[in-house]
Design a protein around this ligand. Structure first.
Ligand code: SF4
Ligand code: SF4
Length: 357
């Protein structure tokens, strides 16, 4: 039997209160309650967005999820992990203060925020998966210990993976710092010297401190120390940095799919996912700048299947617009690499039954 994906459409530009009301309707109309049991510690995973990002999921939607989890008799908490790159979310202290500034206070959401990977991003547990790339993956400790999981995913394009949606929120978003580094290990970018204007932005943001200016005033990356996080690529405003496509371009997507699998492997029947298809932008919410939406808002999807919900996201964006979200943002990427691999390792299905609410 194909997994169910529920779809509740929203008009373009629906206010956060209307989005939250739609999410409440979807919680009630879908089979989300089956993932929750009385006295569960239920992790609600989403991204608060980097500084200057205002297209992330609104706090009102998180409050809706918190209320629903609590009504099932479970104990909801919000959780995130530290980012690899320098910014407002690079450690627990900065991240929690930033989450508050972004509007995700206990007063606004009704639940506490917990850093799943500890103070510095290194609190982790090994989860055996016997994948194609990894025998085990390093997942943030508190995410593994949570009894059940609700993800609120914000689909966007992505500079390195083509699509940032449920698989990415699970795979990258629940990996410890070491886990994130292992996923990025093959993607080494290089500077195009003729385009570099020596603004030093990439030097400031590189988490590995492996970029320096040469005597000719051009940025130069030390590939031996680069961890392939791609941060320099997104902060350079002069298109002066390129990924090394000589490396296997499919590795990151496959690695992310295996990490996503590891994050839900022990939660069979205990995880439920929502893709909030509003304010969909070319780049993900980790980019520290204001973005404009690429396409009009579509609505909200809900499913127990993390693969099917992302496939449905691509299908619905393609149906409503000239091409799917990835093709409109980063056409060089094939987002089905992550989806096919996730299905192959046993995480979910590429096929689904769409149920309109
Ligand atoms: S951000 Fe771009 S232009 Fe600025 S120093 Fe780095 S490579 Fe050069
Ligand atoms: S040089 Fe490497 S480690 Fe530094 S920001 Fe770029 S991809 Fe990340």
């Amino acid at each position: 039997m194909k997994p169910k994906v529920y779809f509740l459409p929203l008009p373009d530009g629906a206010a956060p209160a209307a989005q939250a009301a739609a999410l409440a309707t979807l919680f009630a109309a879908s089979d989300a309650a089956q993932a929750l049991a009385r006295n569960d510690f239920t992790l609600i995973k989403f991204s608060v967005g980097e500084k200057n990002n205002d297209t992330h999921i609104a706090p009102a939607l998180v409050k809706t999820a918190v209320d629903f989890v609590r009504s099932a008799g479970a104990s909801p908490f919000l959780g995130e992990t530290s980012t690899l790159y320098k910014g407002e979310r690079m450690d627990a202290v900065k991240h929690l203060l930033h989450a508050e500034r972004q509007g995700f206070s206990i007063a606004a959401t009704g639940a506490p925020f917990i850093m799943l990977d500890g103070l510095l991003g290194n609190s982790e547990l090994d989860v055996e998966i016997q994948g194609e790339l990894f025998p085990s993956v390093k997942i943030a400790r508190e995410a593994v210990l949570a009894d059940s999981l609700i993800t609120l995913n914000h689909p966007t394009g992505h500079v390195a993976t083509g699509l940032g949606a449920c698989i990415k929120n699970l795979g990258m978003g629940l990996a410890s710092r070491m886990g994130k580094m292992r996923q990025h290990s093959s993607m080494k970018p290089a500077v195009i010297a003729e385009k570099c204007v020596a603004c030093k932005k990439c030097l400031e943001w590189c988490p590995a401190d492996c970029i320096a200016l040469t005597a000719h005033n051009k940025a130069l990356i030390d590939p031996a120390r680069c961890i392939g996080c791609g941060e320099c690529l997104t902060v350079c405003r002069f298109d002066a940095i390129q990924y090394n496509w000589g490396a296997d371009p499919t590795y990151l997507q496959k690695a992310m799919a295996e990490y996503a699998y590891g994050s839900v492997k022990a939660k069979a029947g205990k995880a439920y996912h929502f893709n909030i298809m509003v304010n969909m932008t070319k780049d993900c919410d980790c980019i520290s700048r204001k973005q404009h939406k690429l396409i009009p808002d579509l609505g909200i999807l809900a499913s127990a299947d993390p693969v099917a919900i992302d496939v449905a996201t691509l299908d619905l964006t393609a149906k409503a617009h000239s091409a799917n979200l990835t093709a409109l943002s980063y056409p060089k990427h094939d987002p089905y690499i992550q989806l096919r691999h996730a299905a192959k390792v046993g995480m979910g299905s590429l096929e689904y039954e769409l149920i309109d609410i």
